[in-house]
Ligand binder design. Structure first.
Ligand code: 13P
Length: 250
């Protein structure tokens, strides 16, 4: 199957300098395969990661300001991230939507700033448990995608990735079944294909781990994972990356 996979780690608010040293003593340049590995640490560790990680690993931030500069305490601009060689940025993660009240409008502004700074966005979408149980999954996803992406944005060569992260599966140990995830991925694919002809990789996130990665990654519309908890274990994260390679070569 010639499908390139994107295996991305979202470390969230975890890590330390010694964690980073240990992580990359284990995950070194010998680990490289034909797929893309991305690691998104907290901003304060971006430079340590860039210095310590083997060069095949791409670096991502977990947030970007919707402003260029000025009195925005605690924020980091796209220009600052680019200045620190950041290649990807997670935008619209459900934890940012929930704890920082980020709306679809804010998320669009952030996405535009990432594009201005030549940083590839990883746009996260996903429904809550209540929304799934009341059959609103597709409506929610449709709105999240259409209010942020349009023809103009998609026609730019910006290395955009979309991550489908059902909120009820994040950090809970509950995973969408491969079929459930694939259905939503296929739906996202159909929305995006109405706007452009090239396909955008769609990653799955929500309790992905070594034990379920193969079944998820084998699904037609799943092009990788955005992995939280399991990415904090270098050995497990590397095993997931290697599973992707086996599927690609298989
Ligand atoms: P978990 O893998 O811990 O469920 O987290 C998923 C996630 O939120 C990645 O962005």
């Amino acid at each position: 199957m010639d499908k390139k996979f994107y295996i991305a780690a979202n470390w969230k608010m975890n890590a330390s300098l010694s964690f980073i040293n240990d992580y990359f003593s284990f995950l070194d340049s010998k680990a490289e395969n034909s797929n893309e590995m991305i690691i998104c640490p907290p901003d304060i560790y971006l430079q340590s990661l860039i210095k310590t990680a083997p060069s095949f690993i791409k670096t991502g931030a977990q947030n970007i300001s919707s402003h260029d500069a000025g009195a925005y305490t605690g924020e980091c601009s796209g220009e600052m991230l680019a200045d620190n060689s950041v290649q990807y940025v997670i935008i619209g993660h459900s934890e940012r939507r929930q704890y920082h009240q980020e709306s679809n409008e804010d998320i669009k502004l952030k996405l535009l700033k990432a594009i201005d700074s030549n940083i590839s966005p990883i746009l996260c979408v996903g429904e809550s448990r209540e929304e799934r149980e009341s059959d609103q999954t597709f409506d929610v996803i449709n709105k999240q995608i259409r209010s942020v992406l349009d023809n103009d944005i998609l026609s730019k060569d910006i290395g955009l990735l979309i991550a489908y992260e059902p909120i009820w599966a994040i950090g809970t140990g509950l995973t969408a079944t491969p079929e459930m995830a694939n259905d939503v991925h296929s739906f996202i694919h159909s929305i995006v294909s109405e706007m452009i002809s090239n396909s955008i990789p769609i990653l799955y996130g929500g309790s992905m781990k070594e034990s379920n990665a193969k079944d998820l990654l084998e699904m037609e519309h799943i092009h990788g994972g955005l992995i939280g908890g399991a990415s904090l274990d270098a050995s497990e994260f590397l095993n997931i990356y290697n599973i992707a390679e086996e599927i690609r070569n298989g």
